[in-house]
Write a protein that binds this ligand. Structure first.
Ligand code: C2E
Ligand code: MG
Ligand code: MG
Length: 710
């Protein structure tokens, strides 16, 4: 029965029944110990009464727990001659009496390693001890029981293993001592397309794709022989020829004599996971449009380069490059063409540098170039000049040919800075300086830029407190209407009473406030203060009170709630909408920001005038003005200063004046310092005049004395 793998309970029942048939006056019991080795369960006891069997089902073994509990616990034979008088039977005495049992001889069933599997016991109805023949029987039957239980357990284990093998999602391949394939599981066939008939007896090398060289496999085998285990990525080929990547673990089995008996390879197909990983890493590190490294990878490379520079005392240059007026190309030709232009720029940039240098795209039209290992600083000049020259060449887009230039800021490690953030800031500043210097040029980070940067950092820290400490004041500059001879507007210009530096003008700190996100609270303060002044003047001068023009930074204007907040303040103060004019810069109109347009429309609805400040300095065209609800433009001082001497400026200003007239837009000329300028502008019907000739910005009380009384 054992050899035929009959069910265990059948075998045990057969044993007990036969013993009882053969031995008179004995009752037979086989108890099985659970896997934890704690409790006994009925294996077979055909003649013991049910109540008895039920009572000891799940009995916890221990010293003194009857005969079987003790034998199972100690692993030693336990013979009890008289149940009624033996202390170990104390708790079961009543039970035994009811079942009419007087003696119990129990033999532990031990496996080959001496571990207890259960007990084999004979009960007798008389108080007695077994004969030597009976003892031998007990011993032998216990052995037989061992055999039955062990075979049963081994079989169960085999079945379980086989089912894992069959149902696993991991492919399994087994080879013999000579590394010839002997078995594969269904998952293997699913992944590779091979069935056992295809590859039985073959070397697994027939699976290899050739992507990994002989050195790779040699190393793998070296490790396998030494450590009996190897795991890693393998490029293999399916039956249909496609190549896939698997994560494999190979185990080498040896027999008792230390000879190799089997190789077992378990693997999963990770091609897709690998592809996804690569995709993700590419997305995280590369710019999808140009395929250049993105900001992430750039920062990483910069950090590496700094480390290398420190270690080996190498100098390198960091270039920041920003296209000049890319926005207008994008606006006039459309985004697709803009994108195309950017990819062409990227290609030209790559062609200007060595392969070892890194070109990255930070975003938009901003690029960086890392020039590694600069032996001669003159090389930087050459490269920067070459880049500018190459980028200046016309671009043939789908339907147009266009021209663009770039501004480059350069900083050198370690001369200018040695830290990542400092280098980036330097290059950025230098790039802005290049823009200021007229664009299409390159500019080095210099000592004066350094000083400027430091001053900005210094002001930045002070600015935080300045708002809460009430260190700001508004000055007012008159705007004059020649036709009526009246001051019809006062432009509010903010001043900062710095505790140590004295009076600071807005050019010193507005950009700092913008950079550190303080412009909104500062702007709020300015607006509220301007409203307060407007109310006072309304009270004092009634209809003769000038409207107050307030400058708004682009950053304030692109806030979604900018208009609502301003309108609310106006409502709360009870001011009419014509008492306030807002000044914004052209850059706002060029920025593609839907908030800006919404805010503008909101102001238009509410009857608040908006003026375009510094008109002509940005790269906007008059066509912008058609698209936006704007009532006023202020021609920048730059065009007025040389009005008397430069015919071109005169031509420009008169063109602006006549175009604005035809669009129904009023014009203010800024920065009028001479009588000649004033006369010329009046002659050309410029509606409003602002400048030192009329009056400088002064505190509110002085403004009242000078312009509003009398
Ligand atoms: P802006 O709005 O164009 O203001 C005119 C600037 O030109 C003022 O400089 C004014 O003092 C100066 N100016 C006026 N007439 C003449 C003249 O005849 N000759 C010369 N050489 N200069 C003249 P300020 O006050 O230093 O302001 C500079 C800029 O700071 C302003 O230019 C404006 O853009 C910004 N700003 C001023 N106040 C504020 C403010 O409250 N908020 C914001 N966001 N920006 C402000
Ligand atoms: Mg202004
Ligand atoms: Mg201006």
């Amino acid at each position: 029965m054992i050899l035929e793998y009959k069910p265990l309970h059948q075998i045990l029942a057969f044993i007990t029944q036969n013993i009882e048939a053969q031995e008179e006056n004995v009752l037979c019991s086989i108890l099985l110990l659970d896997d934890e080795g704690k409790k006994l369960y009925n294996g077979s006891a055909p003649s013991l009464p049910d109540f008895y069997n039920n009572a000891i089902e799940g009995l916890a073994i221990g010293e003194g727990v009857g005969s079987c509990g003790t034998a199972a616990f100690t692993g030693k034979r336990m013979l009890v001659e008289d149940i009624q008088h033996h202390p170990f039977w104390e708790p079961f005495r009543g039970l035994a009496e009811r079942a009419k049992l007087r003696s119990c001889w129990s033999e532990p069933v031990l496996n080959s390693k001496g571990k207890v599997l259960g007990t084999f016991a004979l009960y007798s109805r008389q108080a007695s001890m077994p004969s030597s023949q009976q003892l031998e029987l007990i011993f032998n039957i216990a052995k037989l029981t061992t055999l039955a239980i062990e075979r049963h357990k081994a079989m169960e284990y085999l079945r379980m293993s086989a089912s894992v093998y069959e149902h696993s999602n991991d492919a399994v391949l087994i080879t013999d001592a000579n590394n010839r394939i002997v078995s594969i599981n269904p998952a293997f066939s699913r992944i590779t397309g091979y069935v056992i008939e295809d590859i039985h007896g073959q070397d697994p090398h027939i699976l290899s794709s050739g992507r990994q060289d002989i050195i790779f496999y040699t190393k793998m085998w070296q490790q396998l022989t030494k450590k009996h285990f190897w795991e890693g990525e393998l490029w293999n080929r399916r039956k249909d020829g496609t190549v896939y990547l698997e994560w494999a673990s190979i185990t080498l089995l040896r027999d008792d004599n230390g000879m190799v008996s089997r190789h077992i390879a378990v693997f999963t197909d990770i091609t897709e996971r690998k592809n996804a990983e690569e995709m993700i890493s590419k997305q995280a590190n590369y710019d999808m449009l140009t395929n250049l490294p993105n900001r992430n990878l750039f920062l990483d490379r910069l950090e590496q380069t700094i480390k290398k520079g420190k270690r080996r005392h190498i100098q390198f240059a960091l270039l920041f490059l920003d296209l000049d007026n890319f926005k207008s190309v994008n606006d006039s030709l459309g985004h697709q063409q803009g994108d195309k232009l950017l990819t062409m720029v990227a290609r030209r940039l790559m062609a200007c540098v060595r392969e070892s240098d890194t070109v990255s795209r930070l975003g938009g039209d901003e690029f960086t170039v890392l020039l590694h290992d600069i032996a001669d600083l003159a090389n930087i000049n050459n490269t920067a000049a070459k880049i500018l020259e190459q980028l200046r060449r016309p671009y043939r887009l789908t339907e147009n040919i266009t021209i663009i230039s770039a501004s480059i800021g350069i900083t050198v490690y370690p001369n200018d800075a040695t830290e990542q953030s400092d280098l980036i800031r330097n290059a950025d500043q230098a790039m802005y300086a290049a823009k200021k210097a007229g664009k299409d040029t390159y500019n080095y980070f210099t000592a004066s830029l350094q000083a400027e940067t430091e001053r900005k950092l210094y002001l930045r820290d002070q600015l935080r407190q300045a708002i809460s400490n009430d260190q700001f004041e508004l000055y007012y500059q008159p705007i004059f209407e020649p036709e009526s001879g009246k001051i019809i507007e006062a432009e509010a210009l903010v001043r900062w009473y710095h505790p140590e530096e004295g009076l600071l003008g807005p050019n010193e700190f507005i950009s700092v406030a913008e950079q550190m996100g303080l412009i909104v609270p500062l702007g709020d303060w300015i607006f509220t203060e301007a409203c307060r002044q407007a109310i006072r003047w309304k009270k004092l001068y009634g209809k003769n009170a000038p409207a107050i023009a307030v400058n708004k930074s682009t950053q304030e204007f692109v806030q979604a709630d900018c208009a609502e907040r301003i309108l609310l303040t106006l409502q709360e103060t009870g001011l009419s909408s014509d008492s306030i004019i807002l000044e914004i810069t052209e850059s706002l109109l060029m920025d593609e920001n839907s908030n800006a347009l919404k805010n503008l429309q909101r102001f238009k609805q509410a009857g608040i005038k908006v003026a375009i400040d510094d008109f002509g300095t940005g790269y906007s065209s008059l066509s912008y003005l058609r698209r936006f609800p704007v009532e006023l433009i202020k021609i920048d001082r730059a065009f007025i200063t040389e009005l008397e001497h430069v015919a071109g400026d005169r031509a420009l200003v008169s063109a602006i004046l006549s175009m604005a007239k035809s669009l129904g837009i009023m014009v203010v000329a800024e920065g009028i310092e001479t009588q000649w300028q004033l006369d010329w502008l009046i002659a050309h019907e410029c509606e409003y005049i602002q400048g030192y000739l009329i009056g400088c910005p002064i505190p509110a009380n002085e403004f009242e004395d000078k312009f509003l009384i009398g």
